[in-house]
Design a protein around this ligand. Structure first.
Ligand code: CP
Ligand code: NVA
Length: 318
C-alpha cells in the first residue's frame, strides 16, 4: 500500500523547475499533500494575502486554469501577465522582470519556450518560481499523473509504466517522477526522437515492446514550438500510434494516459482515449489539487517549509 506522509512535503522549498531536484521523500510528500488538499472542504486559506504572477509564453488550458483556481481557492491572488509582457527577454531583460516581480508578488508560475530562460528567471527572482512547462520538463503534470496512478493502483509493486512516442518535456518529468516514486519506467521511441545518451533511461524502438505494460502513456508527436516539424514527424511516428491493437499487445489490463491536449488520430485514437481504461480526465482533474500542493510547498504558506529567502543562498534551486 502507498503510505506517504504529508509532513514530508515540508522539505520542498524554493523553486520547482525540475523533479530531478527533489528528494524521494519530498516528492512523496507532494503526492500526500495533494491528496490531503483534494479532500479538504473548506479548501484552507493557505495563500491568504499572497499574490502569484502567471507568465505564459505558450498557450495553456489545464495549467493556466488550475493554477488560477488553486490560488483563488487557497485565498491568494493570481496575476496573469498579458501576452506582450510574457515573452521572456523581449520587452526587458529577464533579470529586470524577475527583480521587479520579486518586489510585488510572492511567487511566479512560468510556462516558457526555453528552460534556460526559466533558470535565469529563478536565479534573479528572490521569490519561488514554478515550472508550468518548459521545452525540457513538465513537472506539475507528472505529479498529477502519479497521483492518478496512486488512485487506481494500491501499490507500485510489480507495475510497469511505459511511455510511447516522442521523448519530450512530459516524458522526461514522468521518468523523474517514476524514479522518485519507485515505479518501473520504460520508453518506446523512434530512434531519432529517443532520450539522449546523457539520460540513463531504459528504452527501445520497437512498438511491440509494450508487452507487459500496466500503463501506456503518450503525448503529441510535435510539441508546442515544433509545429513546423509535424509533417516529417507524422510518418516516422505512425507505428507508435496508441490504438486498440497496440493496447492489446500489452497482454495486460493496461490503463491509458495522456497529458492533453491530444491530437486524436495521430498519437492516439478516439477509441482509446474514450475507452473505460483511459485515465485522461482523472489526470486533468488531479492537476488542481497538485497545483495547490506545489503552491503550498514552495510558498511555505501555512504548512511549515523552508523560507523562500533560502533561495539566494543556494543559488535558487532545490
Ligand atoms: N497538460 C497540460 O499542461 O495542458 P495545457 O497545455 O492545456 O496547460
Ligand atoms: N509536449 C507537449 C505538452 C503539452 C502539455 C508540449 O510541450 O506541447
Amino acid at each position: 500500500m502507498h503510505n506517504y506522509s504529508t509532513t514530508a512535503a515540508v522539505a520542498v522549498h524554493s523553486d520547482l523547475l525540475s523533479l530531478s531536484h527533489l528528494r524521494r521523500q519530498e516528492f512523496q510528500g507532494l503526492l500526500a499533500l495533494s491528496a490531503d488538499l483534494r479532500s479538504r472542504n473548506p479548501f484552507g486559506q493557505f495563500l491568504q494575502g499572497k499574490s502569484v504572477a502567471l507568465i505564459f509564453e505558450k498557450p495553456s488550458l489545464r495549467t493556466r486554469v488550475t493554477f488560477e483556481v488553486a490560488i483563488r481557492q487557497l485565498g491568494g491572488w493570481p496575476i496573469m501577465l498579458g501576452s506582450a509582457e510574457s515573452r521572456l527577454g523581449e520587452r526587458e531583460p529577464i533579470q529586470d522582470l524577475a527583480r521587479n516581480l520579486s518586489c510585488w508578488v510572492d511567487g511566479i508560475v512560468a510556462r516558457v519556450f526555453s528552460h534556460h530562460d526559466l533558470e535565469d528567471l529563478a536565479l534573479f527572482a528572490s521569490i519561488p518560481v514554478i515550472n508550468g512547462l518548459s521545452n525540457s520538463e513538465h513537472p506539475c503534470q507528472a505529479v498529477a499523473d502519479l497521483l492518478t496512478l496512486m488512485d487506481v493502483w494500491p501499490s507500485w509493486s510489480g507495475k510497469e509504466f511505459v511511455y510511447v512516442g516522442d521523448w519530450n518535456n512530459v516524458s522526461r518529468s514522468l521518468w523523474h517522477a517514476c524514479s522518485l516514486a519507485g515505479l518501473r519506467f520504460r520508453a518506446i521511441c523512434p530512434d531519432k526522437y529517443g532520450p539522449s545518451q546523457a539520460e540513463p533511461v531504459e528504452w527501445s524502438t520497437k512498438p511491440s515492446d509494450v508487452k507487459g505494460a500496466d500503463a501506456i502513456y503518450t503525448d503529441v508527436w510535435a510539441s508546442m514550438g515544433q509545429e513546423d516539424e509535424l509533417e516529417e514527424r507524422l510518418e516516422l511516428f505512425r507505428p507508435y500510434q496508441v490504438n486498440e491493437k497496440l493496447i492489446a499487445k500489452t497482454g495486460k489490463h493496461t490503463v491509458f494516459m495522456h497529458c492533453l491536449p491530444a491530437h486524436r488520430g495521430q498519437e492516439v485514437t478516439d477509441s482509446v482515449i474514450e475507452s473505460d481504461y483511459s485515465l485522461v480526465f482523472q489526470q486533468a482533474a488531479n492537476r488542481l489539487p497538485v497545483e495547490k500542493a506545489i503552491l503550498v510547498a514552495v510558498l511555505g504558506a501555512g504548512i511549515q517549509t523552508e523560507k523562500a529567502g533560502a533561495k539566494r543562498k543556494n543559488g535558487g534551486q532545490l
